[in-house]
Design a protein around this ligand. Structure first.
Ligand code: AMP
Length: 151
């Protein structure tokens, strides 16, 4: 099996954090490039609601800066020693962007948590993990939070 590119998708939730060691160990084992990706929700695209007095470009720029810092915070320790790591922030609907990216970059394995941030986003948009599993062009590893493993 050829594994050259691994995608780890994070929403900075506890669920996603449990998936990170799997992505890192796989990247080490296969000497693969690791892409760490966060997708900033494009609420306008997702809901069709447009708020005219907010500059979406400005907002996205700020959220991108914030997300890049969060990627550093969540992953810097775990990825220490890995040579080939790329941090990427995308805008859109998470499962669509994850799948598009996997397709374009010829990703071999996607790693996600089974749980992300709960609340409004999941209520409105449904499960990212489930949609990624159903539509991904490659293998997907889903990792559960330990206390949920007996559910
Ligand atoms: P969910 O199915 O939405 O509860 O999320 C499950 C997993 O999908 C999370 O643990 C993350 O690995 C991934 N995920 C969810 N939302 C995002 C996002 N906005 N950007 C990147 N990955 C995400």
């Amino acid at each position: 099996m050829k594994v050259e590119r691994i995608l780890y998708a994070t929403d900075f939730s506890e669920g996603a954090s449990h998936a990170l060691p799997y992505a890192v160990d796989l990247a080490k084992h296969y000497n693969a490039r690791l892409y760490i990706i966060n997708v900033v929700y494009d609420f306008v695209k997702a809901t069709g609601i447009h708020v005219p007095h907010i500059s979406h470009d400005e907002l996205f720029k700020e959220l991108t800066q914030w997300a890049l810092k969060e990627i550093d915070k969540c992953c810097i320790e775990e990825t220490r020693g890995l040579q080939n790591v790329e941090k990427i922030v995308l805008k859109g609907i998470p499962y669509e962007e994850i799948i598009k990216f996997a397709d374009n970059e010829k990703i071999d394995i996607i790693v996600v948590g089974t749980y992300g941030r709960s609340g409004l986003e999941r209520f409105i948009f449904g499960s990212t993990a489930e949609r990624v599993v159903r539509r991904a062009p490659c293998a997907v590893i889903t990792v559960r939070v330990p206390e949920h493993r007996k559910d």
